[in-house]
Design a binder for this molecule. Structure first.
Ligand code: IPE
Ligand code: IPE
Ligand code: MG
Length: 264
């Protein structure tokens, strides 16, 4: 069953620890360059940072962690870097999936997997099947993912299944076809590496996420860095379009849109 709870309709419960964290892991190349190392060395160290952050998320009780590993635009990089990245991805899957399973972590991949070599596609499918029923953290890797692609593939699949909706469809109609329909929207978005942009990551799902940017390069990102992001998140007031007073149960008076239905 698809998960549908949009922040434009209902306010997610406030929690000290974000339920879903989504991260753009940026800065591997610059990390390597500063050390006069090849870029791939930065990516290798990046995999180690991934391991640490997964562990910290499990310890803190985060339920969903989504990591941007390869964007639909990253194919434009030099062919050698792309092919080394693919090798690294295969190696990481071969080594890590079993450890994820031992730690009861559910593993998912989102993105258009069709251009990946068959061996990589098979490793992904096997990893997802093996870990499908695991109850702890859901780790999602976005690979050959683009936020625009996601919305388009959802709309195309919806209309193929329900052609009668060609005249118009709602948020509720489309949401189950988005690639992260199994997860709540991210509470906290983190981008490392100093850039302040979304780079075609989750576009639909980030509608009301808290955004956090840090100059720390991804291979240097550790438990302390994650804690700093969560500290910042805990000091935000998530209003979802309401006023500050409305969020306080003592003074709350909820307004309906002019044609709004009563609140459920
Ligand atoms: C992010 O690091 C990892 C991928 C995009 C695969 P980069 O490789 O983008 O590192 P910088 O931004 O060049 O430092
Ligand atoms: C975004 O990083 C994609 C990933 C981290 C996988 P990029 O380094 O590709 O983004 P731009 O090019 O700086 O926007
Ligand atoms: Mg980059």
């Amino acid at each position: 069953m698809a998960f549908f709870k949009s922040s434009t309709r209902t306010v997610p419960e406030a929690r000290d620890i974000p339920k879903h964290i989504a991260i753009i892991m940026d800065g591997n190349g610059r990390w390597a360059k500063r050390r006069l190392l090849p870029r791939i060395e930065g990516h290798r160290r990046g995999v180690e940072a991934v391991r640490d952050v997964i562990r910290s998320c499990v310890d803190m009780g985060v339920e969903y962690l989504t990591l941007f590993a390869f964007s639909s635009e990253n194919w434009r990089r030099p062919q050698e870097e792309v092919s080394l990245l693919m090798q690294l991805f295969v190696m990481a899957l071969e080594r890590e999936v079993i450890k994820l399973h031992e730690n009861e972590i559910r593993f998912k991949v989102i993105g258009d997997l069709s251009p990946f070599e068959p061996r990589l596609q098979q490793l992904i499918r096997d990893g997802e099947a093996l870990t499908a029923d695991n109850p702890r953290l859901t780790l999602t890797i976005a690979a050959n993912y683009g936020g625009l692609w996601d919305i388009l593939q959802a709309a195309n699949r919806l209309l193929a299944e329900r052609p009668e909706l060609a005249q118009g469809f709602s948020e509720e109609d489309l949401a189950p076809f988005l690639s992260m329909a199994y997860a709540p929207e991210p509470d906290l978005f983190i981008r490392t590496g100093g850039e302040q942009r979304i780079s075609n990551f989750l576009l639909w799902q980030l509608a009301y996420s808290e955004l956090y940017f840090t100059d720390t390069l991804w291979p240097d990102f550790d438990t302390k860095s994650l804690q700093a992001a969560i500290d910042s998140y805990q000091n935000r007031e998530r209003r979802f379009g309401r006023t500050s007073e409305q969020l306080n149960p003592e003074t709350a008076v909820d307004r309906l849109p002019p044609s709004g239905k009563p609140r459920e």
